[in-house]
Design a protein around this ligand. Structure first.
Ligand SMILES: *Cc1c(COP(=O)(O)O)cnc(C)c1O
Length: 473
């Protein structure tokens, strides 16, 4: 009787148990996530369903089979979203070259091969010539010396840890002079004052936000001064009424006071990239030849490699960093060193722009992007019927990203998508669900694709995803 009058309680009674749900799954299904997580997903799902039935009830009574099939389909969804929450390759159609959320620089072919090789046993600290223990990162260090003109080099986990190591080893318990115009936040929680505080050096701010003179630095000198630090304000620029000493002036000042000069250069530009519109990024070799005692920069910004913090400088200072106990905690692993070595090798051969994706993307002229976009539009038009999806080519801008070149907006050609039945958000969502997922940008209610950051070998995947869009409705 109660079954008819109260469908909720009958539904509750028909709800399968966790065990029943688990037994209903095939061995293959369970194996994809393992028994333990399969059970934990099942517990959560049955628990959720019980709460929903208790809270809202259900307008009609559901059979045990219906509830079981609902639970199974939830279980599959949870597995799918668990899988999708992990690391996976995506196609970056945003036009932001060093997209921080998408892993900054994509590795070159050679770097990817090197990572796969180093994933096995490798000569990380082994010298094949002598058959005895070798030095970690020896060839990377040699290449860095060659590419920057520095006496020595060292690799740590990222540029933030490079800064932490330098400040701790050189200025712990002492004072570090920094211009107020350089107290920046780079993003991802790298804030200059915090890094100084963490390394146990006292920050002595000099000058003003827009103007700092050599005299300001001079007046800040005390017996406790250990270091003069210069930071490249990577992701922003102060324009207008500004002044800052040149690196040559700062070097002379620091050396006259018997102090080392440390430059945190950020982006890691090894050769002048102004021909590609990139201005105001310090070239590491120039900082070294100006006399900077130690310079730090990132491996995965404009250098185009894996996440790493690269340090170059005088033999004495780099050796001090290498011997510091913090280095052991911050040193780079073999996969990072493998990618770095292959990437630096391309730089050393003069093949950086040809082989390193981030630099190749930066160097691609808008005309070339236009012809790739036109070709894609033609291919799509020849495959699909009707007008359900239309493509329009628009002039636009790409971005460097990764906290580099905030004033550099390479001219590009964007593919704007319009769908008869789908909103921009729906298109963007479906592209994100494709395999591999495609990340697009939306502006003014349009989905925009920028082929600058799409690897040519991925264009077919993108075309397929566009064809799928025409079949979506
Ligand atoms: C990007 C940047 C950092 C942080 O580098 P990570 O490699 O991301 O740790 C530090 N300093 C400057 C000036 C930067 O541009």
């Amino acid at each position: 009787m109660t079954n008819q009058s109260n469908p909720d309680s009958s539904n509750l009674r028909a709800l399968p148990s966790v065990d029943q749900l688990l037994k209903s799954l095939s061995a293959e299904q369970t194996a994809t996530v393992g028994a333990a997580r399969s059970a934990s997903f099942a517990r959560q799902i049955i628990d959720d369903m019980r709460k929903e039935l208790q809270a809202n009830g259900s307008p009609q009574s559901m059979t045990r089979d219906q509830l079981l099939s609902e639970a199974q389909s939830r279980w599959l969804k949870v597995c799918e979203s668990d899988r999708r929450s992990g690391l996976q390759r995506v196609i970056n159609a945003t036009g932001v070259i060093l997209h921080t959320n998408l892993g900054r620089a994509p590795l070159s072919e050679a770097a990817r091969r090197a990572v796969v090789e180093a994933a096995e046993y490798c000569t990380l600290e082994y010298d094949l010539n002598t058959g005895s223990r070798g030095k970690r990162g020896a060839r990377v260090e040699d290449l860095l010396k060659q590419l920057t003109g520095a006496e020595d080099a060292l690799v740590v986990n990222n540029c933030a840890s490079a800064a932490l190591l330098v400040l701790t080893a050189l200025a712990h318990n002492g004072e570090t002079i920094v211009s107020r115009g350089e107290l920046v936040e780079i993003g991802g929680d790298f804030r200059v004052p915090d890094v100084l505080a963490n390394s146990g050096t006292t920050m002595v701010e000099v000058g003003t936000t827009n103007r700092t003179r050599l005299d300001d630095y001079r007046r800040a000198l005390t017996n406790a001064t250990r270091l003069v630090m210069r930071i490249h304000p990577s992701n922003y620029r102060i324009i207008g009424f500004t002044a800052a000493p040149t690196i040559d002036e700062l070097v002379s000042f620091a050396h006259e006071a018997g102090l080392p000069l440390y430059e945190d250069a950020g982006s890691g530009v090894l050769t002048d990239l102004t021909e590609f519109g990139l201005e105001g990024e310090p070239v590491i070799r120039e900082s070294i030849s100006a006399g900077a005692d130690v310079v730090s920069f990132s491996g995965d910004k404009l250098l185009g490699s894996a996440q790493a913090g690269l340090l170059v400088g005088s033999r004495e200072i780099i050796e001090k960093l290498r011997r510091h106990s913090l280095y052991r905690a911050l040193r780079a692993d073999k996969l990072c060193l493998a990618a770095l070595e292959a990437t630096l090798d391309a730089h050393a051969r003069g093949a950086a722009t040809a082989e390193i994706p981030a630099l190749r993307m930066l160097a691609t002229p808008a005309d070339e992007i236009r012809s790739r976009a036109e070709q894609m539009a033609r291919k799509l038009q020849s495959t699909i019927e009707g007008e359900v999806l239309s493509l329009e080519l628009l002039n636009g801008e790409s971005a460097v990203g990764g906290g580099s070149g905030p004033n550099t907006h390479p001219a590009t050609v964007l593919i704007s998508l319009k769908h008869q039945q789908m909103s921009a958000a729906q298109i963007e969502n479906q592209l994100r669900q494709s395999s591999p997922p495609i990340i697009a940008r939306i502006a003014a209610d349009r989905v925009l694709l920028d082929l600058r950051t799409v690897l040519p070998e991925d264009e077919n995947h993108l075309l397929q995803a566009l064809i799928e869009l025409t079949r979506a409705v």
